[in-house]
Design a protein around this ligand. Structure first.
Ligand SMILES: [Zn+2]
Ligand SMILES: [Zn+2]
Length: 129
């Protein structure tokens, strides 16, 4: 996937300081944007086109917490396994946050790019079939 526009996925603010292409952000900061990747533990559903302005990313990071906990939802601490959690990480960092179904919906529904919005009552991770 490619980044279609350089606007924050949350607040739609124009994000300066990104060159596009595949190279990571040089100096993420309050004014720069942060590219991020998310997937439900399955590479074929990986979405690498996430982009937030520094402000929204800072808020998201606060929500996610500083620690990357393995096998636990970053927000509520519920136990999750690899294929029943959303993995979120910065484009330039390998360590991911995990989110349980409920908090995955909360995270994804904040993104402008997620349409239609997900319904927490019916949300399911892709079948592990
Ligand atoms: Zn923003
Ligand atoms: Zn949770």
């Amino acid at each position: 996937m490619t980044i279609s526009d350089l606007h924050c996925d949350v607040c739609k603010a124009f994000v300066p300081g990104l060159t596009g292409g595949s190279e990571p952000v040089d100096e993420p900061g309050p004014t720069g944007g942060v590219r991020f990747v998310y997937h439900p533990g399955r590479p074929q559903f990986r979405d690498t086109s996430g982009l937030m302005c520094g402000h929204c990313w800072a808020k998201a990071e606060q929500w996610l917490g500083a620690r990357h906990r393995s096998r636990r939802c970053a927000v509520c601490g519920a136990a999750v396994d690899r294929h029943s959690s959303l993995h979120v990480h910065r484009f330039d960092e390998a360590s991911a946050w995990r989110l349980c179904a409920q908090h995955s919906v909360e995270f994804l529904n904040r993104l402008r790019t997620v349409q239609p919005k997900l319904d927490p009552a019916t949300f399911r991770f892709p079948s592990t079939g």
